[in-house]
Write a protein that binds this ligand. Sequence first.
Ligand code: KG4
Ligand code: ZN
Length: 340
Amino acid sequence: MKQDVLILAIESSCDETAAAVVKNGRTVLSNVISSQIALHTLYGGVVPEIASRSHIEKINQVIAEALKQAGVSLSGIDAVGVTYGPGLVGALLVGVAEAKAIAYAAKLPLIGVHHIEGHVSANYIENQELEPPFLCLVVSGGHTHLVKVTEYGAYEIVGRTHDDAAGEAYDKVARAIGLGYPGGPKIDQLAKEGDPSAILFPRAHIEGAPFDFSFSGVKSAVLNYLNSYKMKGEEVNRADVAASFQQSVVDVLTERTIAAAAEFRFERVAIAGGVASNSALRESMRLACKANGLKFYHPSPIFCTDNAAMIGTAAYYEYCKGVRSGLDLNAVPNLKIGQR
Ligand code: KG4
Ligand code: ZN
C-alpha cells in the first residue's frame, strides 16, 4: 500500500510568514499565515527590511503551529518544501535558512519551490479532479503571466506584462484614490458601490503579442483623471473610478486568457495569485469560460494570496519526480519560471 507523503512547507517571499503541512499534494492538514499588513500599512507598502525582521521573529512559532494543527511532529514529515524565489531577498533568506536547518537536523529531503509555481499549484488543493494540461492566468503583486501547465511541474509562459503587474496597478491606483495598502482588496470592495461603465479607461493591446499585457496606460489614465478633477477643484466619485479601473483590467485579463485558451486548444482554464481573489475577475472569468465551453478552476481566496499550502502542493509534485535541493540552496530574488 502506498504510504502518505507529508510535506512541511514554508513561505516567506514577501509580507506573509507562512507554514503548512500538506498530505499527498492535495490535502491541507494545516495552513498558518502570519500577516505583516499592520506593520507595513504605516509606510503605504512593504518595507523589505521590516519584512525580513518580522519573518525572523515569527517563523519558528508559525512552523510550530502548523505542525501542531496538523497533529504531526517532524518525525512524521517526509520532506521540507520552501519558496526560494522570486521575492524579496532578505525575506526569502529567512524561509530558506529555516528550511535548510530543519532538513539537516531532521534528515529530511529539501525541495526549493518557485513562488509562482506554488500559486499555480494552489488550484490542485480544492479541485481534486484538476490535472495538467491546463492554461493558468497568474496575477499577483509582481507577476502577470499566462502559463501553459503541460504536466506537473512543467510550465511555459505564453503571455506576460510589459510593465506593471496587475496587482501593482491595483495597489498604485488604490494609493492614488486614498485607499491605502494593500490596495487590491480595497478597490474590490469600493468598486461594488460604483458604476464600471462610468469612465472609459484604456485597454492596451500590444502589437504582435496578442497574449501580452500592459497596465501602465490604465494606471496613468486614472492618475490623469484624478488630477484633472483636483485642478478643477471638483470631487471625484471614487467608487466609479475604482469600478471603471477594475473593469478595464478585468476585461483585458479575461479577453486574453480566453483568446490564448482557444489558440492553444486548452479545455481547462485556471487563475492564480493574489488578484485571482478579486470578485469581479472571478465572475468575469466564470462567465467567459462558460460561454466558450471551457472548464474554469480557481482557488479559494485564502489559497490565492500568499500561503504555504500552495508551496507544499508544488513541492509534492517535485518530490514525486525525484527533485531534491542541496543544503547549498540559496534565495534567488529574480528566479524565472521553470528554472532550477
Ligand atoms: O500573490 P500575492 O499575495 O503576493 C505576490 O506574490 O505578489 O498578491 C498580492 C497582490 C497585491 O497587489 C494585492 O493588492 C492583490 O494581490 N490583491 C487583490 C485582491 N486581493 C489581493 N487585487 C485585487 N482584488 C483583490 N481582492
Ligand atoms: Zn504571491
